[in-house]
Design a protein around this ligand. Sequence first.
Ligand code: SAH
Length: 265
Amino acid sequence: MTKLTILAGEVLFVGAGPGDPELITLKGLRALQQADLVVYAGSLVNPALLEECRQDCEIHDSAPLNLDQVLKLLFAGAKDGQRVVRLHTGDPALYGAIQEQMEALDAADIPYRLIPGVTATFAAAASLKQELTLPGVSQTLVLTRLAGRTAVPDSEALGNIARIGGTVCLYLSVGMMDKLVAELLAGGVFTPQTPVAVVYRASWPDEKMVEGTLADIAATVAEAGITRQALILVGEVLKARQQGVPEKSKLYDPGFEHGYRSKDG
Ligand code: SAH
């Protein structure tokens, strides 16, 4: 196995995963263990991961910093020949604000790489013990959000997205449950009976899960006191745990031949 070696003066954007420190990738962990400088997104990255850093590693929380201040730290480290890790929650490519950081590194000729991470959607699915794609139910996953302080392009307004149906996974939106429900219903595919699951801090020790339908989930979430750091899953697949799968997968069907297996019998 070729193991990761961070080069002097290189920046690694690393996905920390959803919270459980064991859900970082092996490569991500190796990056943390080698780093001279770590700048982590303190709002959602589990600080337990920082115990993996070397004793003499310089560590900064980016939560109170603006983009320029973060870049200053990354630049100074890289120019000094340090091995730099920029640790983001979940996967860095999703709502991670990394493109602008990479653009600035490009402009300064600083080399960088990305190491992916487990995004909140998959941590939530694992906690629920739920497959997100089921034959005959949904084969499409939509990862999206409601507009907050960051706008969402009109064509991607949740009411439009909801016309597709499928399994919809919503980030950054649990504080706006009434609007979320109204827009999902406006798509014309989901109904008040469509199941919804909300997972607060998936994979953390204080994780909380609530479930319901589009008709009652807003009230249930309010009762549970969940106002942030939650992932919302919407779609018919969520019925399978109670009602069973309507169609078994072709992949393990005895009559289905594929590259790795011939038909049984
Ligand atoms: N890059 C991250 C997402 C950052 S946006 C990722 O890939 O997961 C922050 C939002 O992600 C939160 O508002 C919440 O909606 C979701 N989130 C992050 N970690 C979570 C967790 N452990 N459980 C539930 N939702 C989480």
